[in-house]
Write a protein that binds this ligand. Structure first.
Ligand code: BES
Ligand code: MN
Ligand code: ZN
Length: 486
């Protein structure tokens, strides 16, 4: 896909489709286009064929003008970032449904922030092309070849072009995450993820990949992580991908992504209903792959280490049992009261390992608790952090990218619930499951700035549209982009 920005005379650019986002009151470019079509757009509004209401649409054939068709998308009531993104996503998916190869996107519909609008446009065009195609045959090539983002002034094309590169990278990163997450667990094993990490870094000067096998993890004392993979015939891996976009001396942001390639619950076996969706229990890890891919595409001047603990959680004769006590790499002991609370058991050792990179900041991303769905539904990720500034930066990254989170507290009244009679802590608490899970992790992250994103509600859709969403790649990239430019 080719993206470019242009301020050339709009009536002369030959394309298959022109995308016009407009409300029922035609303004600026919409007016100009309407004039060139002798009032054809006004006529559609008058007749009721196009209402201009939020994300509604209508296609107008132009019979011999430079653009063969005009795709109208309604913007009335698009007063929030979230709604503007919705409009652009509708436009991109409708564009994909037409037989267009070349498209022109009118970029003056919302505001003067062309970098942002162009970025959401490119991201939407990329994510609208995603199609699950397993691990085998490549999908049919897309018809759409190029999209030009049009703005009225030549000076605006500079920021628009920046937004296009960034949005394209974010969209591709989301698709990378979705592709891995949608892949069934009989293909997407911890070893498969390790091979994909090596593939991602191959030929990339800025990226190095290192895989720690179970023997390496044993030598490091990762007894907690290894207690989760104990019952599986698939060996666990600790995948480490380092992206170096800044001088070596710059402290990295470390991203730690939970990758339980399948979560049966272990001996604390889950119920059968919907268990297939536990192939998505590696979405945190998949989002780290998505971010590394987007960093390669954007070449952001920042250092980022992606750590992905990858295991399968299975019941077996040699699986960990409720009541077993394990010793984490930090030296703290854990009573495993429930083997289905396995995410925190792999994350705690990965978080201890993260300290060796002398991080500026550590962010973990995990489909950690069903309880976060009870608290925030499938709309918003849960955010918990030991640092107010970091929490604020992630929240605003989420707002700007339309990939939002909401903060929950990490107070000691909750932490108390982790008390154990037989170890330093138990792996489950009582009420407020999302918070007690984060309190558990907080016991391993005292030495650095840290945030935890619980994405159990947002990482995938259930029902007829079942599939991974690619979240929270947009939020994380927005955070990193802002950090890299400050
Ligand atoms: N992977 C699950 C969390 C999950 C559950 C995500 C449902 C999406 C939908 C996690 O490993 C888990 O099983 N958590 C338990 C924790 C409990 C045993 C304290 C949960 O949420 O029920
Ligand atoms: Mn579980
Ligand atoms: Zn899990």
């Amino acid at each position: 896909m080719e993206f470019n920005a242009s301020a050339a005379n709009l009536l002369n650019i030959k394309v298959d489709s022109l995308i016009l986002l407009t409300g029922s009151q035609l303004q600026n470019t919409a007016k100009l286009l309407d004039d060139s079509l002798n009032g054809a757009i006004q006529a559609l509004i008058k007749s009721g064929d196009f209402s201009g209401k939020l994300a509604t649409s209508c296609i107008l054939h132009t019979q011999g003008k430079a653009s063969k068709r005009i795709i109208l998308i309604g913007t009335d009531g698009a007063a929030t970032t979230q709604k503007m993104i919705k409009v652009m996503e509708s436009a991109a998916s409708l564009l994909r449904k037409t037989p267009s190869q070349k498209a022109l996107w009118i970029g003056d519909s919302f505001n003067d922030d062309h970098e942002w609008q162009a970025s959401i446009m490119a991201r939407s065009v990329q994510t609208s092309s995603y199609k699950y195609n397993g691990s085998s045959k490549p999908s049919k090539p897309n018809k759409l070849k190029s999209v030009t983002y049009w703005c009225a002034k030549k000076s605006q094309t500079v920021s628009a072009a920046k937004g296009l590169v960034y949005g394209n990278a974010v969209g591709n990163g989301m698709n990378t995450a979705r592709g891995l997450a949608d892949l069934p667990a009989n293909f997407c094993t911890p070893n498969y993820l390790a091979s994909q990490a090596k593939k991602l870094s191959k030929g990339q000067a800025k990226v190095t990949t290192n895989i720690l096998k179970e023997a390496d993890m044993k030598a490091l004392g990762m007894g907690s992580l290894l207690s989760v993979s104990a019952g599986s015939v698939e060996p666990g891996n600790l995948i480490v991908m380092s992206y170096q976009g800044a001088p070596k001396t710059a402290k990295p942001v470390v991203l730690v992504g939970k990758a339980v390639t399948f979560d049966t619950g272990g001996i604390s076996l889950k119920g059968g209903r919907g268990m297939d969706e536990m192939k998505f229990d590696m979405c945190g890890g998949a989002s780290v792959f998505g971010v590394i891919s987007a960093l390669i595409d954007t070449q952001l001047p920042i250092n980022v280490v992606g750590i992905v603990p990858a295991v399968e959680n299975m019941p077996a004769g040699n699986a960990t049992k409720p009541g077993d006590v394990v010793t984490s790499m930090s030296g703290q002991t854990i009573e495993v009261l429930n083997t289905d609370a396995e995410g925190r058991l792999i994350l705690c050792d990965a978080l201890t390992y993260a300290a060796r990179f002398k991080p500026d900041t550590v962010i973990d991303i995990a489909t950690l608790t069903g309880a976060v769905i009870g608290a925030l539904g499938k709309v918003t990720a849960g955010l918990l952090s030991n640092d107010d500034e970091l929490a604020g930066q992630l929240l605003s990254g989420g707002t700007l990218s339309g990939d939002r989170a909401w903060r929950l507290p990490l107070w000691e009244e909750y932490d108390k619930q982790l008390k154990s009679n037989f170890a330093d802590m138990a792996n489950i608490g009582g009420e407020a499951g999302t918070i007690t899970a984060a309190c558990f992790l907080a016991r391993f992250t005292r030495d650095y700035k840290w945030a935890h994103l619980d994405i159990a509600g947002t990482a995938w859709h259930s029902g007829p549209a079942k599939g991974a969403t690619g979240r929270p790649v947009p939020m994380l990239m927005e955070y990193l982009r802002t950090k890299a430019s400050s």
